[in-house]
Design a protein around this ligand. Structure first.
Ligand code: BF8
Length: 631
């Protein structure tokens, strides 16, 4: 027994950094609940061909694989080499991620359109100033028009742009610095439209189409750019128009945000279209009365993954956790309902929920989960559906078994809500003060740490260690997605964390009253980082590729992260990955992405699992760019 307990403790230490997570991981083991960590162990050893990216199962000439040690076979049945197989697999993966971000964006546009036409229920145009600014970027005349007229024209133009050939992506014209755009033109990777690049990616990976790995990788960059500067940017900007551009907020993070005496509802997934309406419905007197009747002291909403980030940024709603917290939240035994839309939702959660009283409620026709209650969500009846969903959660409250409940008691305070607009306004309307700080060396540069958790890495260790190391070196950190939540759980998103920063950055943060790690939103909100970089570059009269910036995804898992990393690199931002992508089976592809690409975009990918070494790489790249700028 003693040995068993020791083993459990060791196992918990291996799985997570954060104490509140550890508490619930222990409960999951004691309750006998299978989680992602257990499933990863059961998958060992993972397929070597798959890890190297040298297996191809895209047609039934195969499945084929290449001997990575130089023996036979060296070609698939069609004749594809490891270079081609790896490049095609990578393009396929990236296009999947770009599609996920962009399809989310398209749904936001549809709601904007329906709202402008008066055909949606419960939505409104909240940020008129942003609506007008974005409309101008889109070449729409705003004088003498109502906000509904502008919103309709904008939504239709953007929706049309998704598939258009002729006009290109308007945000690229309006926002990308001239020098960066010229770099893309030279490479032939100016994105034409979201749908076009993604469909063409699918065409190119069909057997017998693109057989040149360089040509495939260039298209991968173009597809990623159509996501970052297209689909994701539209998602961010139109969500701001509908729900408000984020401003600084304080809130709390980790599994302690669950309540002992209220109905706990976890909002998990990505699109604020759903979650914003649930927030609204949770304030409805009828729902609150029902909660009281069922013996609850109210309704407690908590976010999970990027939907959590969306709600935190605009409403200050607390966040229960990241990708690897989704099963743990259910294991607390305190969650009445987990409401989901799409992306990053483990198919296992309905199984986990079946071991407790939690109800999983799916809402999107494109993401059904066996075992979940499906309540289709659409804009025309959004508020009514949101209320119905909450009713299910409230009615489930009496089924909570207090003997099986464990909620940690150490919520962590955070400050979030740093949209590009807020940062710029805080600096007095232009980036000049920030540029001066960078020129003086008080701040050496900035790094965007983004992306997921992955059970292959101790949960949050990569994000937190890298962020701490960078701020210590006077490098400002901006974050999105699960990375921001990981650092929030570790206390890095509070102004007090400035004490962990180097002298220069500490002074700046203390003067402004901000944390040294700025939470800029969900993963589609990486577009906010792009906009900020482009505005700084424009003020300096250089390209984004010249700025002392870096990117990192220390614990990434998702196809979406491949797209983000690639549009960072294509935009000129050197990016370090903590987990190797499945490309190592092609020396040529690796060489291109980590080295030769430098001559094209003045940036590259690097793979470095050790966050301290990753910090070295990022700092030396920042110093190289500072030198080139003469600072
Ligand atoms: O889009 S960081 S695990 S939640 S993919 Fe997913 Fe990764 Fe989290 Fe958001 Ni992004």
């Amino acid at each position: 027994m003693h040995h068993e307990l020791k083993f459990i403790k060791q196992e918990i230490e291996k799985r997570a950094l954060n104490e509140t997570d550890k508490e619930i991981i222990e409960k999951s083991i004691l309750d006998g609940i299978e989680t992602a960590w257990d499933r990863l162990y059961k998958q060992q050893p993972q397929c070597g061909f798959g890890l190297l990216g040298v297996c191809c199962n895209r047609c039934v000439l195969g499945p084929c694989r290449i001997d990575p040690f130089g023996g036979e076979p060296q070609r698939g049945v069609c004749g594809a080499t490891s270079d081609l197989i790896v490049a095609r697999n990578l393009l396929d993966t990236l296009a999947t991620g770009a599609a996920a971000h962009s399809d989310h964006g398209r749904e936001v546009l549809e709601v904007l359109l329906h709202t402008a036409e008066g055909k949606s229920q419960g939505y409104q145009i909240t940020d008129e100033e942003k609506l007008k600014a974005v409309a101008v970027d889109y070449g729409i005349k705003i004088e003498g028009k109502s906000k509904e007229e502008i919103a309709k024209e904008l939504a239709v133009t953007m929706l049309e742009e998704f598939g258009t050939l002729t006009y290109g992506i308007k945000f690229v014209d309006a926002r990308v610095p001239e020098k960066t755009k010229q770099m893309w033109q030279k490479l032939g990777i100016v994105p034409r439209s979201v749908d076009r690049e993604i469909v063409e990616a699918m065409h190119r990976v069909q057997m017998g189409v693109d057989s040149d790995y360089v040509n495939i990788l260039l298209h991968a960059l173009r597809t990623a750019l159509s996501d970052g500067w297209g689909g994701s940017m539209m998602a961010t900007d139109c969500s701001d128009i509908l729900f408000g551009t984020p401003t600084p907020k304080t809130s709390i993070f980790n599994l302690s945000v669950l309540s002992k005496d209220k109905v706990n509802v976890i909002l998990h997934g990505h699109n604020p279209i759903l979650s914003e309406m649930i927030v609204k419905a949770s304030e409805d007197p009828e729902i609150l009365k029902l909660a009281e009747q069922k013996g609850a002291k109210g309704i407690n909403l908590a976010g999970m993954c990027c939907t959590g980030n969306e709600l935190l940024m605009r409403k200050g709603v607390p966040i229960a956790g990241t990708l690897l917290d989704q099963e743990l939240a259910i294991v607390t035994g305190a969650v009445e309902a987990m409401i989901i839309d799409y992306q990053c939702i483990f198919p296992s959660i309905t199984f986990t929920a079946s071991c407790y009283h939690t109800k999983v409620i799916s809402t999107s026709s494109k993401a059904k989960f066996p075992g979940a209650i499906h309540m289709e969500f659409n804009p025309a009846s959004a508020f009514d559906t949101a209320k119905q969903i909450l009713r299910i959660a409230v009615e489930n409250f009496p089924n909570r078994n207090p003997d099986r409940v464990k909620i940690p008691e150490k919520p962590m305070k955070v400050m979030a809500g740093f949209s590009e607009e807020v940062i710029r306004k805080a600096l007095g309307g232009s980036y000049k003060p920030l540029i001066d700080l960078i020129v003086s060396g008080k701040i050496k540069g900035a790094v965007g740490i983004v992306g997921c958790n992955n059970p292959k890495i101790k949960m949050d260790y990569g994000h937190v260690t890298l962020a701490k190391e960078l701020i210590k070196r006077d490098i400002l950190v901006v974050e999105t997605g699960c990375s921001a939540v990981a650092c929030g759980k570790a206390g890095l998103l509070q102004p007090e964390a400035a004490d962990m920063a180097g002298e220069g950055l500490r002074q700046v943060c203390k003067t402004l009253g901000i944390p040294p790690v700025l939470h800029m939103g969900s993963c589609v909100d990486c577009s906010r980082i792009l906009v900020m970089a482009s505005k700084i570059a424009k003020e300096l009269g250089v390209g984004i590729e010249d700025l002392p910036l870096g990117g990192a995804a220390p614990e990434w898992y998702s196809q979406k992260a491949v797209s983000i990393g690639s549009y960072f690199v294509a935009s000129g931002v050197y990016t370090v990955l903590g987990i190797p992508p499945t490309v190592m089976g092609s020396k040529n592809v690796v060489e291109l992405l980590t080295d030769k690409i430098k001559g094209l975009t003045n940036s590259a990918f690097a793979v470095e699992p050790d966050p301290l070494k990753a910090a070295d790489l990022l700092e030396s790249e920042i110093m190289r760019k500072r030198k080139a700028l003469g600072i």
